[in-house]
Each structure stands twice: as C-alpha cells, then as structure tokens.
Ligand binder design. Structure first.
Ligand code: GAR
Length: 207
C-alpha cells in the first residue's frame, strides 16, 4: 500500500510511522510522499532524513483557497496513493478530496472523540479543554475523514490518564507517547493488510 502523509508541524506522528515501517511492525506499506502546508515544518526534514520524498504545498503560494485546494489534490493524485494519512495536518481538507478518497483518508486526533473535538479543537487546545473540564481520562482517536470535523468512522482509540498537576504540554506529550504513536501506525498496518471495513458509518476490524 502506498501512503501520503500530510503534516503541518513537528511530525512526531510521521516519525512513529517511519519507525514502525522500518521495524517491520507496519507491513505492506510504503510512504510515497510527505506533504506539508508550510515550508518550515520539521516533518519535512524527518522525511528527507529517511530518503522519503517531501513536498510543500502552501496556501500562501496561491491566489485563492480554491487554487490551493486544487494544487493539494493534484499533488496527492500524482503519487497514486492508496491511503492519505493526516498526521497533525492543520488544514481543512477540500470536499473534492474527501469525495475522491472516501474511506481512504485517516486522521489522528488527540482526544477520545466525541470529547474535545470539532472546530477549534486542535493541538494544545484539545488538552487545554480536557484540563479545564477536569476529566480524569483522555486519549487519542484514529478515524476516517468525512465531510465533518472529527466526525468520521472511528478506527482505533486509546485511553490515557490525566494526572494531578498536568499542564497542557505535559498531557500532550503523554497522549502522544501512550496513544497517538501507537494507534496511528497500528491503524495503517490494519488497513494495509485488509483488516478494516466500513459499513453504516462504523468500522469493523477483522481479527
Ligand atoms: C498531534 O498531537 C495530533 O494529534 C494533533 O496535532 C499534533 C501533531 O503533532 N492533531 C490535531 O490536533 C488534529 N485536530 P506532530 O506533528 O508531532 O505529529
């Protein structure tokens, strides 16, 4: 299976995917390209360090959102990928892309959906929300992308404890280490090995 990994920032989830492929815990998978929406994304360096093709498609280089959306879709199409992985990609995915890649786009979100998700909940804001509400358990969710924000079929979730004195940064790191970096590669491996199907908006995983 060929995948495109879309990133905006540090790329620790990308790194977890690269490491899992190199370790053989994710099989049948090749990263065809890493796509960033900003040229400063450290994730681009991570890709290059591993000999993976890395490109930047920035909204700033285009006159309109439509033109950016078209360029993003053309870039993805040109690599003939089977799966698009959003690994901290802070861009609203064009509807045309969602239609064309139905149940072939996955996202990692740093909470247990349907908590702390939807418009405005991304990155540290998710963990700020969890701490403000005083939840004792949070986690991460890997899901397919549909037209809504964080509303698509859920593939895998993993819970993580919230501890006394957590800051958003400390909690973010624990959620990454104990959940995101585990379930994102696992979901890719399951999909690459034909174990995942979607019906009635729900994911079924074969043993
Ligand atoms: C991750 O925590 C990911 O779950 C989150 O952005 C971070 C990216 O980190 N994504 C969202 O909030 C999407 N709504 P990374 O660049 O180190 O992988």
């Amino acid at each position: 299976m060929r995948i495109a990994v879309c990133v905006s920032g540090g790329g620790t989830n990308l790194q977890a995917i690269i490491d899992a492929i190199e370790a053989g815990t994710v099989t049948n998978t090749e990263i065809a390209v890493v796509i960033a929406n900003n040229p400063g994304a450290y994730a681009l360096e991570r890709a290059k360090n591993h000999g993976i093709e890395a490109v930047c498609v920035s909204p700033k280089s285009f006159e309109s959102r439509d033109a950016f959306n078209r360029a993003l879709l053309e870039t993805v199409d040109s690599y003939h990928v089977d799966l698009i992985v959003l690994a901290g990609f802070l861009v609203v995915i064009p509807e045309e892309m969602i239609r064309r890649y139905r149940n072939r786009i996955i996202n990692i979100h740093p909470s247990l959906i349907p908590s702390f998700c939807g418009t405005g909940f991304y990155g540290l804001k998710v963990h700020e929300g969890a701490l403000a509400r005083g939840v004792k358990v949070t986690g991460a969710t890997c899901h397919f992308v549909d037209e809504g924000t964080d509303t698509g079929p859920i593939i895998l979730q993993k819970a993580v404890e919230v501890l006394e004195n957590d800051t958003p940064e400390v909690l973010q790191r624990r959620v990454m280490e104990q959940a995101e970096w585990i379930i994102m590669p696992k979901a890719i491996d399951l999909i690459a090995n034909g174990k995942v199907s979607v019906s009635d908006g729900k994911v079924h995983i074969e043993n």
